[in-house]
Design a protein around this ligand. Structure first.
Ligand code: GDP
Length: 313
């Protein structure tokens, strides 16, 4: 790996997706780096519209880009809106990556997801498991778009020497998460459902699927720290996994949240909802070898998230 030692100091750094959980965490993390953080709301630039993105980049000329904008959602949203997940994500990444190249962006970080790996990939999943088998059907549309994004960064590097890198985070949670039950991921969904069940005196809490799937969770603030670290220290063709190594079954996650939030009813598993992929644990040894590790443990992160959510309700 080439050690670029890329400095963000004094740079104009565009964070695409600054209103989302990841983008907002990156903005907070960049506050201490001595750079100028640029953001653009949907009213200023529609990332799915090429003309809008080309105009904005031509005007603002950022030096570096964190591409944290994406259409994201939990298992049901992915399963029921495949066209939106594929189209919106392809357009966002194609527009931003090309405009970055055309306007001379020095370094770009593209963000994907652990769902890029085959459904039955060997666990923990290494970076080289990409494209070795069929995807999990509930989120293959999103996964295909994210794989295209990785490949587009690699293509610009190969054809033009562009310093465009990619990071693949595991399942995320934290400040500013999506708590809309129709589109959210499991952790915020269970958190919201638990607090509502507790406060309204319900006897049961519904958990989708069998409760047996295993997921690894990483706090968004840890991810933001890893992304800034990679931006400064990694400059190569292959994508890099960003995980915590902390894995838990959905049933145990529900039990932990229920206990932490003080809900005393029973867990009921709804088998009509999909389980998704059985296990999604990342091998983050490449990132560890570069010198970065997650710092926010699940117990601490969960307590913090419950507190923040309760305060924001
Ligand atoms: P995934 O990691 O892409 O499968 O996305 P999710 O975070 O949406 O779901 C992870 C697992 O949690 C799946 O097995 C879901 O069926 C399960 N799950 C249990 N209860 C819920 C819930 O209320 N909402 C969501 N989104 N998932 C749930």
């Amino acid at each position: 790996m080439a050690d670029t030692g890329y400095s963000l100091k004094g740079k104009r750094v565009f964070v695409a997706g600054h209103r989302g959980m990841v983008g907002s965490a990156v903005c907070r993390r960049l506050a201490g780096e001595g750079c100028e953080v640029l953001t653009a709301g949907r009213d200023v630039m529609d990332l799915r519209n090429q003309a809008s993105v080309t105009d904005w980049f031509g005007r603002e000329k950022p030096d570096a880009v964190f591409l944290a904008a994406a259409k994201v959602g939990g298992i049901l949203a992915n399963d029921t809106a495949p066209a939106d997940f594929l189209y919106d994500n392809l357009m966002i990444e194609a527009n931003v990556i090309k405009a970055s190249f055309d306007t001379g962006v020095e370094k770009l970080m593209f963000l994907g997801s652990s769902c890029i790996y085959p459904k039955l990939a060997e666990q923990p999943m290494r970076e080289d498991a990409l494209l070795t088998g069929p995807l999990e059907p509930t989120n293959e549309w999103y996964a295909i778009a994210k794989i295209a994004g990785i490949k587009l960064c690699q293509a610009y590097r190969k054809q033009h020497g562009a310093d465009f890198i990619s990071a693949m985070p595991t399942n995320l949670y934290g400040t500013g998460d999506n708590y809309d039950l129709r589109t959210s991921h499991v952790l915020p969904a269970l958190l919201r459902k638990t607090l509502e069940a507790r406060d309204s005196g319900q006897k049961q809490l519904e958990v989708w699927g069998s409760g047996t799937p295993l997921r690894e969770f990483l706090h968004a603030d840890d991810l933001a720290d890893a992304l800034v670290f990679l931006m400064q220290n990694y400059s190569d063709y292959d994508h890099v996994n960003v995980g915590s190594g902390e894995e838990i079954s959905i049933g145990d996650l529900a039990a932990t949240i229920v206990k932490e939030a003080g809900f005393e009813g029973a867990l009921v598993f709804d088998a009509t909802k999909p389980d998704g992929t059985p296990r999604k644990l990342m091998d983050s040894s490449k990132l560890h070898a570069l010198g970065w590790r997650a710092k926010i443990g699940m117990a601490e992160g969960l307590r913090r998230t419950i507190k923040e959510y309760e305060e924001s309700r």
